[in-house]
Each structure stands twice: as C-alpha cells, then as structure tokens.
Write a new protein. Sequence first.
Length: 328
Amino acid sequence: MTIQKLISVFFLQLLCVHVFLFDRTNAQSLRVGFYNGTCPSIEEIVKNTTASFISQAPLLAPALLRMHFHDCFVRGCDGSVLINSTTGNQAEKDAIPNQSLRGFEVIDAVKSAVENICPSIVSCADILALVARDAVTLLNGPSWQVPLGRRDGRVSISSEALANLPPPFANITQLKASFRSKGLSDKELAILSGGHTIGISHCSSFSNRLYNFTGQGDTDPSLDPNYIVQLRQMCSPTDTTSNIEMDPGSATTFDTSYYTLVRARRGLFEADAALLNDNATRNYVLRQANSSVSNFFKDFAASMVKMGKIGVTTGNRGEIRTICSAIN
C-alpha cells in the first residue's frame, strides 16, 4: 500500500473518531463589531498591516487563506494552528499537512500592531479570520463582514491535524465526509474549493498523477493528457521544490477561472478533479464556469463566514494570547 493510501485510510479512520460537533451556540455568540467598544480600530490595523506584506509578496494572500482553513478544520477556529511545538508536545503547525503553511510572520506582525493599541483584547483566532478576509480582498476578491468574538484555544496536537484536514489526493467521499463533519454542505465544499483560484503548490503534491498514479508508472486518467505533458515539463518525478500555479496565469487574481480549469480536467489536485464525481459539486463547478464572478463572490463570502464559525471558543473559555505562537 502506498504512503498516500495509508494516509488516506488513516484520515478516514480518525475522521470517524474525531467527528467534529458543530457548536451553534458559540457560533451565534460571534458578532460583527464585537470590539467596537474595546478596540474600535482593529479592522483598520489588521488591513493596513496585512496589505503591507501582500503588496510586497502577493502569494502570501493564498497562504493566509489556507492557514485560516487549516485552523478552522482542527478544533475549530481557535488559532491552534499558530501555536509552536514544545519539548513535550508536537503542535498542529508541525503536522505533515501544515509543514507547507506560510505567512506566520504576517499574523505575528498584525498581532504586535494590535497589542500596541489594544493590549490583551483581540484574540489571535479573530486576527487570523480578519487577515484571511483582507488577503482575499487585496487580490481583487470579495469582502465580507467578519463576526468576531473568538477566544484562543490552549491545545494544539499534531495528530489532530492529520485526522481532520482533507489531503490533496482525497476522493469525493472523503471530501464530503470531512466537510459535513464540520457542518458544511456539499455545495460549500465546491464553493470553498474555489479558493484554489489563487496560490501555488509544490510538484510533490500532485506528481503521482503525472508519473505513478496507481504504482504502475501510469498517469491519472482524470487529468487532461495535454496538461500532463505541460506539467511534466515543469515537474520531474523527484522534484520537491518547484512551485506551480494552481490557476495558471491567474494565481494572484481571485476569480472564477478555477472552475473553468476543473471543468476542463485541469484541476491540479485529485481533490479538485473529485468535484466532478458528485452531482452537487459537479453542478456547481459547471455553473460557475459559465457564470459571472459576482455570483461566486457572494457564495464564497457567505461560506467563509460560515466556516469561520466552526467550533469557536467564546465567552470565558480559552484565552486571549499575548503572542500567537505560544499559550499564555
């Protein structure tokens, strides 16, 4: 059995054990303007600091969006992905699916700027949610009002990231199970997958589709053969460092071209191609491939708000971390 298949089986088994209970009571306690009385300049601080990084390195934007997703799918949106490992604990940040995360310096800089104005008031979890929104907007994507009031979690365990994050080679059954366990619908799976319209990936995340799909030196039949030829020119079988645009020619512009690519069997990951293997997700792909960007923007904004409410810690639970990478 290949390493990918072993991880896939491990993912499904642990998902059954760690099925997330979507806490609607806590989610409803979030609200837009939560810091109006305690830190009224929070959104301006976050936006300006985030923009200062993305203006210099636009590809940080998709990395920050991905970081928010990876945070929310493990223990809910509690900032646990930001915590560093210690001698006695390997944190989420060091789990295999998170070792390629980037942009922690942006979160640290935003947190420092916020602490200078509003010490011990704003959670790292809220900062990450705001940064993800601003990152999308800065690449000409939609904006949305972010309900705030999250508290930071005190637990971060590497194995839970592997158990809860769907891998890039997940099939449609695994993807639907993962999203449903977080209270997200099949349609929202297709919508949030549209975040792949920005960003890059390492060749190693999809090279098996080009060279050794079933262990017989073959290619993935769900991937356009002409695209395989192009990708092989950029990725050798052992390439682990080259970066490939997930949405060629549009990796720093938030638009609907991702769905056009998936329809044409040019989605970079198996998880992208898998969207065509289910009626609900396939219908959304086909509709957005022929739709105006405004429809997708509206759907994406609403889905991000919903995702940002997964399993939140609120009220007197958790803490407000002084430094996002360490528990107080």
